[in-house]
Ligand binder design. Structure first.
Ligand code: BES
Ligand code: MN
Ligand code: ZN
Length: 473
């Protein structure tokens, strides 16, 4: 560290700097002491420009902080980074006064998650090469913990990249290739193409993709990290690479966002990458259905009836209610093939969940109270919140059809997110504990959130990692 390097020091909620004398020069100390007299001490962070090259940051840590508060402090600090002029930052871990393990790790993790941006299609990129280093003898972050932070970052950024890619680049063919590239992390990957899916009888999934010039796929991603061959836990994701609505066409205003309609699957893929990098001691399978919902002479029509992998027939009254058709086959297949301990699916499934919960909570639907509670708790801990929504047989009736076993939309209207969930539940055939997360309002953020700067959020990667870590590993 040079005398001119930027320094990050932690202080208590009153910005007492008495104990910092050891780490800064006398003149710096008195300069900061003076300025503090007129500073707003309610802030979390105050910065003091010592000269054109050096800034000292004081980060105020309240009593009883949780690890998520420290991540947020890191994210707040990110705004103060001057990427053009100030390249070296040093976080002094000796100034940490907290019993939270890996405090400094969470701080750096918050900075990193917030720093993500998707700029590969910009000719002029903002250069972001700075270094942030930990110095000090106390409160070191172990190599083990560093790997776990790195795994989440890489898994989340992989998911964010996938969600950010436009529909012309990340169509199902390309998506299947990108997932296959994860073999190098030790994941076992199986790609079922149209021919295989036809043989298996996955006509609900295939019907959605039949109007596209691209293929339709079901991809399974296995991580076998347990010492035994115990049954896995399973995560299933909606991967609609672009959702025009099909013949039940979306208006332009609603269609333009539909490049992120594969976010559920991206979360599953990112989660699996994270588990592989950190070599999680558990057996997990991820299953994603990849399709493109297009209009063409060969596309599905409203009124079409298809026979799903489960054997149940579905009348397609609205081709824009396509996510549930993809998930229907993926869910039954996952349950049958892997006999998982439980299944959690993720999908940008309904606009109605945005009406209910905005971009504050994802909707949680479950047939199992224990699993629901575990998910709610994990979500609270990592700031990816869930709100439980109802399932009930009276809602289930609303998707009965005159012409087939069921129809893909509710015939009286209302309760759009719940009837979609009821539809999915019909494809869990053996009462496996199951939860459905409707993430339509959470996958993409217009204005940015605590740990993202806007755009793809990778909602769910950290939530499900926490669930695994706390309850199943
Ligand atoms: N992908 C959409 C849901 C969506 C809407 C996600 C807005 C993100 C933002 C889904 O496929 C869909 O179109 N759902 C319809 C269902 C309706 C036809 C019953 C919807 O929500 O309008
Ligand atoms: Mn749709
Ligand atoms: Zn959709």
């Amino acid at each position: 560290m040079k005398a001119s390097s930027n320094l990050i020091l932690f202080v208590d909620e009153k910005f007492n700097i008495g104990s910092l004398k050891k780490y800064i020069s006398n003149s710096e100390f008195s300069y900061i002491s003076d300025l503090l007299k007129n500073s707003d001490l309610k802030k979390d962070l105050l910065s003091f420009d010592i000269n054109s090259k050096k800034t000292i940051f004081l980060v105020s840590v309240k009593k009883d902080v949780k690890f998520s508060d420290i991540e947020n402090l890191g994210a707040k600090f990110h705004r103060h980074i001057n990427y053009d002029k100030k390249k070296d930052y040093f976080v002094n871990t000796d100034t940490i006064n907290s019993n939270i393990e890996n405090f400094a790790g969470y701080f750096l993790h918050g900075i990193k998650l917030k720093s993500y941006e998707f700029n590969i299609y910009k000719s002029k990129k903002n250069k972001k090469n700075i270094s942030i280093n930990l110095i000090g003898n106390k409160n070191k972050v172990s190599g083990y913990s560093q790997l776990r932070f790195k795994a989440i970052e890489e898994g989340s950024f992989f998911a964010r990249d996938l969600v950010s890619e436009p529909g012309n680049i990340l169509h199902p063919d390309e998506y299947a290739r990108r997932i296959t590239s994860l073999k190098k992390f030790g994941l076992k990957i199986n790609v079922y193409d149209q021919k295989k899916l036809k043989k298996l009888g996955m006509n609900a999934l295939l019907g959605v993709g039949q109007g596209s010039i691209r293929g339709s796929y079901l991809v399974t991603i296995e991580w076998n990290g347990a010492k035994n061959n115990s049954n896995p836990i399973a995560f299933v994701g909606k991967g609609v690479c672009f959702d025009t609505g099909g013949y039940s066409l979306k208006p332009a205003k609603f269609m333009e966002d539909m490049t992120y309609d594969m976010a559920g699957s991206a979360t599953v893929v990112g989660l699996m990458k994270n588990l592989a990098i950190r070599k999680a001691k558990i057996n997990v399978v991820g299953v994603v259905g990849l399709v493109e919902n297009m209009v063409s002479g060969n596309a599905q029509r409203p009124g079409d009836i298809v026979k799903s992998y489960s054997g149940k027939t579905i009348e397609i009254l609205n081709t824009d209610a396509e996510g549930r058709l993809v998930l229907a086959d993926a869910l039954t297949y996952t349950e049958k093939k892997f006999k998982p301990k439980f299944i959690v699916d993720l999908a940008t499934l309904t606009g109605a969940i945005i009406v209910s919960l905005g971009s504050e909570y994802a909707g949680l639907f479950s047939n199992n109270d224990k699993l629901a509670k575990q998910l709610l708790d994990a979500g609270d801990k990592v700031q990816e919140k869930l709100w439980r929504m109802p399932l009930h047989k009276n809602f289930d009736k609303l998707i009965d059809s005159k012409n087939a076993d069921m129809q893909n939309i509710n015939y009286v209207g209302g309760a759009g997110s719940t009837t979609a969930a009821q539809f999915l539940q019909r494809f869990i055939l053996n009462k496996t504990p199951w939860a459905h997360l409707d993430i339509a309002g959470m996958a993409f953020s217009k204005y940015g959130g605590a740990l993202n700067s806007g755009g793809a959020t990778s909602y769910g990667v950290r939530l499900l990692n926490k669930l695994i870590e706390d309850d199943y590993e």
